[in-house]
Design a protein around this ligand. Sequence first.
Ligand code: NAD
Length: 461
Amino acid sequence: METNLEADLKELRQVFNSGKTKESSWRISQLHGLLHMLEDREGDISMALKQDLGKHHVEAYRDEIGTVVKSVNYALKNLKQWMAGKKASLPVAAFPSKAELLPEPLGVVLIISSWNFPIGLSLEPMIGAIAAGNAVVLKPSELASSCSSVLAETIRDYLDNSAVKVIEGGSAIGERLLQHKFDKIFFTGSTKVGRCVMSAAAQHLTPVTLELGGKCPAVVDSFSSSRDSSIAAKRIIWGKFGACAGQACIGIDYILTEKKNASNLVEIFKKYITQCYGDGPKGFHNMSNIINKKHFSRLKNLLDEPGLDLRLFMVVCWMKRACKYIGPTILVDPPLDAAIMTEEIFGPLLPVITLERIEESIEFIRARPKPLALYAFTDNENFQKRLISETSSGSIMFNDVILQYAVDTLPFGGVGESGFGRYHGKYSFENFSHDKVVFIRSFLIDFWFRYPPWDDKKLQL
Ligand code: NAD
């Protein structure tokens, strides 16, 4: 269907200028609309996630539908407080006057999202954009086509379509959208496309938030308690393979551990992989599939390089619709210049890199681009402190994975090549707002020395 993009953008601009979206009643009604949409159409959304990514409905609810419901409820609970001006203190010289920071919406904003969490990564920023009173264009990823259609259809049915629009399509539509002026662009996707977005935004001086990817390491120290080391291994398997089969921006990309621990660690990994996913394709319904043939081949090519030590290599299969799975795969010490160690993996392949001493992990991480997330499993407080102070990443989490994404009170975002800008909870509201300085002066006092003609006496006052 030909999109009448220019007419849509014109309408959004008119509606924003009318002041409708600034009203708190509009914001609240749209957030309730999102809630109703997620409740009434949960089955359709879950089905779309199944069609695009083979997500089990439990995973679909945990990672996407349920997470968004939680975030909408949090925004509804806190909206009044977020919208209130923040009183600012002023110097005595400004007496008598008052000042505050008053959040105002930015205008018409564009959200471009990716395919791996196609519902969550579209709606999570939209909550912030609506809560802050903006008119919104969402362009979902064409690669998760069922989710893109279900978003277009349900948003049209449940939200105010004059102020919130879904424009479907691939890179060509993305490029067309970027030619227009927006008041904010919120982009989730690859570093490569992030650069294009930023350079297009520069033409209009539009501020951007870039939620990008990269390689997230997990440092695994040795534990004195076998229970702790067992829980650590289980959480790693859960975080690597259980969140969209490793197609997650904050999923673990590779492990760093001491040589003496590696064999034992791989054995525990194998145990938990079998426990969670069985030992063959039958258990794969608990894991998402690879999004498409291109990504399937990309991942297979990563494994086709010579000299890889595959310790666990589950079935890899591609048959048109029926099976696009790659089973959990573990490799020990692939060459550091192999593609699997230089490119973001974004799939269920887990390299384990061995080091003589765990402290070497700090230098290993520092020598590479700053990750979106860094994970470390260790109970050594000194080592924890060193990792915090000597490495840089969007977030650092000890002894667990991924959970930082689901906490409304924590900002989510990258640093360096993993992106910039942050969102979730209040940070989403702030991302789509401008804190306007409102400074109100009184006529009560008017100092004579502020006005020319100048003389040195006025400097002394
Ligand atoms: P992508 O960059 O290929 O596509 C992202 C979006 O941009 C899609 O909607 C796509 O249609 C659009 N697009 C593509 N080319 C465009 C162009 N030239 N102009 C305008 N829009 C264009 O990324 P992807 O394959 O969808 O997602 C995978 C990447 O995203 C990975 O690197 C992953 O780490 C990253 N990611 C980051 C986060 C995060 O929160 N930081 C979350 C999910 C994914």
